[in-house]
Design a binder for this molecule. Structure first.
Ligand SMILES: NC(=O)c1ccc[n+]([C@@H]2O[C@H](COP(=O)([O-])OP(=O)(O)OC[C@H]3O[C@@H](n4cnc5c(N)ncnc54)[C@H](OP(=O)(O)O)[C@@H]3O)[C@@H](O)[C@H]2O)c1
Length: 280
């Protein structure tokens, strides 16, 4: 909970970490809520993660976010992992509880769904088949969220089929893994396509996906946010599809973290979005 007489602390642990936009986001919320506090980038080497996490409570940190490469390793360090993080196989947020124990959860799924909701208020997960490309941590969170929201068919495609199959086997339900060669045809009749690979990110090749069969009514979403408009989103926009970029996923995943750390549900305002966009 927020205390007027206490300096509130949280941060993001990563290696490297200085590229993270999270400090900008969380420090905006401290200011907006008129709270004395700071959210700091914590450059933690993988071999130092356990000691760094254990230091959160004695240092007075409410908790931290985790970014590359710590999200999986933290599963074996914290004292309690909730079902969501266990299913996704990664922790994105740690809460240091008053007794010093550490609880891990994953807010990427929340961020993914609430970004789409905010940008496309009439969006429904059960509007038709959803095509998800990728099989890393991002798509695991995305698929979990889509399935929870009632998606009836998720066509999951990844360059390495075995990784997509693993997710389909673990999650079951509406997720079907399809071979990479079928990615163009898989768009037929889809209500939504999501790029959850690292393709399209600055310095990476564009996603090799032909949109010819994507219905004009379909929504195209990307979880990559640097650049804000990936080649996939640009191609989708040019042919008339609605698009959602990945920045809001990052912004929205911060909200449940704040709720857990400080008891406040902060807002993703247009001002906040514009402020972060200016740095991309
Ligand atoms: N907006 C947000 O808040 C948010 C949150 C999480 C992640 N992300 C972003 O999402 C992206 C993926 O993250 P991640 O953690 O899931 O990554 P990851 O675990 O490293 O997985 C990378 C994925 O990209 C695929 N890939 C890489 N190069 C490819 C190529 N040339 N052709 C086809 N597929 C290729 C990989 O396929 P293989 O399995 O075949 O190697 C794999 O599925 C990153 O850019 C990350 O920054 C954004």
């Amino acid at each position: 909970m927020a205390h007027p007489d206490r300096f509130l602390l949280a941060g993001v642990m990563g290696w490297p970490v200085m590229h993270s936009r999270s400090p900008m986001l969380h420090n905006y919320w401290f200011k907006q809520h008129d709270l004395a506090g700071a959210y700091v980038p914590l450059a933690i080497r993988p071999e130092g993660l356990a000691a760094a996490l254990r230091a959160l409570h004695p240092l007075g940190f409410a908790g931290c976010n985790l970014t590359i490469p710590h999200k999986e390793q933290a599963l074996a360090i914290v004292d309690e992992v909730d079902t969501l993080a266990r299913s996704i196989g990664a922790i994105s947020c740690v809460v240091a509880r008053p007794d010093g124990s550490l609880a891990g959860t994953n807010n990427d799924c929340y961020g993914f769904i609430h970004n789409i909701r905010q940008e496309q208020p009439r969006w429904r997960a059960d509007a038709g088949p959803v095509v998800v490309i990728g099989a890393g941590g991002g798509p695991r969170a995305g698929c979990y969220g889509l399935a929870q929201e009632g998606a009836t068919e998720i066509r999951l495609l990844n360059r390495t089929l075995a990784r997509a199959k693993k997710i389909a086997d673990e999650f079951g339900g509406p997720i079907k893994a399809l071979p990479w060669a079928q990615r163009h045809d898989a768009l037929e009749g889809a209500a939504m396509v999501v790029n959850a690979t690292s393709c399209g990110m600055v310095g990476q090749p564009a996603l090799d996906l032909k949109l010819d069969q994507l219905p004009a009514s379909a929504l195209a979403a990307d979880i990559v946010y640097i650049p804000l408009e990936t080649p996939l989103l640009a191609a989708a926009r040019e042919r008339g599809n609605r698009t959602v970029n990945g920045l809001g996923m990052l912004l929205h995943q911060g909200r449940p973290a704040w709720k857990a750390w400080f008891g406040i549900d902060p807002e993703v305002t247009p001002e906040l979005r514009a402020m972060v966009e200016r740095t991309i």
